[in-house]
Design a binder for this molecule. Structure first.
Ligand SMILES: [Zn+2]
Length: 468
C-alpha cells in the first residue's frame, strides 16, 4: 500500500484552485520528471515525489498524492469563520424559542459584573438558588456557586417553589453581614428545558444512558396531562396536594391556576407546546418568588437581587458524539434592591467577554467562541462531572485492558470470585427497622371515611367553578 507523507509543514496558505491545477499537472506528468512553476515532480522506484515551491515534500503514488492534496483542499475549504457560523446556528435554534438566551458562562459573567456594580459579591452575599431537582441543572448551580459561594437551595420538581416562608427565612439567616450590618441575598430561579443540537424541543441525551431522555420531565408530564385532562379539573383548591406525589401535584395545579388566570380554557390549553408551558412555569415560579420575598424580606435589614429566567440544555443528540454540549440561560428579569431602591438591569445590553477572557475565568475548553450575540463554551469540567473526554478515554482504557489480558496471559483469570466483605456480615434484625407505614403520608382513616370524602368532593367542585 502506498502512502503519502508530508515532510514539511511550513506550507503557506494557498488557494484551492492553484492546488487543483498542480494536481492535474502531476497526474499528466506521472512518468517524467518535470517542473511546473517552482514545484518539482520526480518518479523513483514506482513512487512519485513532489517537491513544492515552499519546500514541502509529498512521497507516494498518484492516488496517494491526490488523497493528500484532497485533504489539504478540504482544510483550505474550511474557513476560520466555520466555528462561529456553527455556534451561531446552535444559538439561533435556541433563541428562536427564547430570544434573550445567553451562553451560561456569558450569562454568569454579566450577572457577576452587574451585581458587583451594586455591591453584591460572593464574600458579602448568600445565593438563594431555585432550580429543578434534575441533576443536569447543577451545571448552572456550579456556576452560581463559583461566583457566590455555597448556595441555599430551594429546589423542587420543575422548579416549583415549596420551601415557604420558613425556607426563605432559614436562607436569610445564613447570609454574611457586611460592615454596615446588612444582609445580602441573591435570588436565582429557573425552570429548565432541553433544545438539542438539532433544535428539537424536549429530547436530551444523558451520560451513560443510551437512547433519548428528556427535560424537563416534570414539565413535560404536566403539559401532557393538562392538555389531555383539561384545565378545570386541574385547578385544585389551593393548599391541597397528592400525599404520594406532593411536589408534582403542587407544580401541576399552580400551572393550571396560572393558565386560568391568564385566560386559558379547557379548549385553548390543547394548543400549548412545551415551550409555552415552560414560559408559563417561569412566570408562575417567578411570581411565587416575588410573593414570598414580599412576605419575608425586610429592606431595612437587607439588600437583595433577583435574577429569573429559563435554563436551556443545548446538548449533542448523542452525549458522546462530536457535537459540543452547551448550556444557555434566557433571563426574563434581573434587578437589585439597595437601601430599598429598585433598579432593573438589562443583561443583554452588556458585552460578552472575549474567548481568551472566558477561558481564563471559566476554565479551558476546546470550544469557546462567539455564537451570535453571546459567547459559547463547551460543557465540560469543571461544570460537568461527566465529560465526553472522560467517557472516551474510559472506553480506550477498557479496550487496552482487553488486549493486555490476552498479551499477558491473564484471560479469564480475573473472573474467579473471591469472598467478599459482605459474606462476613452477621445476620440479624437491627433494633429499629423502618416499615412502609402510612400513618404520616396518607392517613387512611380520612381516605376511608365516606362522609369526609363527600364533603371534600363538594369543596373541590365549588372551587373549580369560580363566580365571575
Ligand atoms: Zn426538570
Amino acid at each position: 500500500m502506498q502512502a503519502a507523507c508530508r515532510l514539511n509543514s511550513r506550507r503557506p496558505a494557498q488557494k484551492a484552485e492553484a492546488r487543483r491545477q498542480r494536481l492535474v499537472f502531476t497526474h499528466a506528468a506521472a512518468t517524467e520528471a518535470a517542473t511546473e512553476g517552482e514545484d518539482t515532480v520526480i518518479e523513483a522506484n514506482g513512487k512519485m515525489i513532489v517537491v513544492e515551491s515552499d519546500g514541502t515534500i509529498i512521497i507516494g503514488g498518484p492516488e496517494a498524492v491526490a488523497r493528500a492534496s484532497a485533504r489539504s483542499e478540504a482544510l483550505e475549504a474550511a474557513p476560520e469563520s466555520a466555528e462561529v457560523e456553527y455556534l451561531t446556528g446552535r444559538a439561533n435554534a435556541v433563541q428562536k424559542h427564547f430570544p434573550s438566551s445567553l451562553g451560561a458562562d456569558d450569562f454568569m459573567q454579566r450577572v457577576e459584573m452587574a451585581l458587583y456594580a451594586f455591591g453584591f459579591t460572593g464574600d458579602n452575599s448568600i445565593a438563594m438558588v431555585n432550580l429543578c431537582r434534575d441533576e443536569v441543572t447543577l451545571t448552572l448551580k456550579h456556576r452560581i456557586e463559583e461566583t457566590f459561594g455555597s448556595a441555599f437551595s430551594t429546589n423542587g420538581l420543575g422548579g416549583v417553589l415549596t420551601c415557604g416562608v420558613t425556607g426563605m427565612g432559614a436562607g436569610f439567616s445564613h447570609s454574611p453581614l457586611c460592615s454596615s450590618n446588612k444582609e445580602r441575598y441573591v435570588f436565582f430561579s429557573f425552570p429548565h428545558i432541553s433544545i438539542n443540537a438539532s433544535g428539537e424541543v424536549g429530547p436530551m441525551s444523558r451520560p451513560g444512558r443510551p437512547g433519548q431522555s428528556c427535560a424537563c420531565g416534570a414539565l413535560i408530564k404536566a403539559t401532557n396531562e393538562i392538555k389531555s385532562e383539561g384545565l378545570t379539573c386541574n385547578c385544585k383548591i389551593p393548599g391541597v396536594h397528592d400525599a404520594l406525589d406532593p411536589e408534582m401535584s403542587i407544580l401541576k395545579q399552580r400551572i393550571a391556576r396560572r393558565l386560568r388566570h391568564e385566560g386559558n380554557t379547557d379548549e385553548s390549553v390543547k394548543n400549548l407546546s412545551l415551550v409555552d408551558i415552560t414560559k408559563v412555569a417561569e412566570r408562575t415560579i417567578s411570581d411565587d418568588l416575588e410573593f414570598l420575598i414580599s412576605k419575608t424580606v425586610n429592606t431595612d435589614k437587607a439588600d437583595y437581587a433577583v435574577v429569573t429566567g429559563v435554563q436551556i440544555h443545548n446538548w449533542a443528540n448523542d452525549f458522546e458524539d462530536a457535537s459540543p454540549n452547551m448550556e444557555f440561560v434566557a433571563p426574563t428579569s434581573a434587578y437589585v434592591v439597595v437601601d430599598g431602591v429598585k433598579t432593573h438591569l438589562d443583561l443583554t445590553a452588556m458585552p460578552p467577554m472575549t474567548p481568551r477572557q472566558m477561558r481564563l475565568v471559566a476554565g479551558p475548553a476546546d470550544v469557546c467562541n462567539q455564537g451570535g450575540q453571546t459567547m459559547l463554551r463547551e460543557e465540560e469540567a469543571p461544570y460537568a462531572f461527566d465529560s465526553k473526554d472522560a467517557r472516551r478515554s474510559q472506553k480506550a482504557r477498557l479496550q487496552r485492558y482487553l488486549s493486555l489480558m490476552k498479551e499477558e496471559g491473564l484471560d479469564g483469570t480475573g473472573a474467579t470470585s473471591v469472598p467478599s466483605w459482605q459474606s462476613k456480615i452477621v445476620k440479624g434484625t437491627p433494633e429499629r427497622c423502618a416499615t412502609a407505614d402510612n400513618s404520616t403520608i396518607i392517613d387512611s382513616s380520612f381516605a376511608e371515611n365516606a362522609e369526609l370524602r363527600k364533603i371534600w368532593v363538594q369543596l373541590e367542585e365549588k372551587y373549580k367553578m369560580p363566580s365571575n
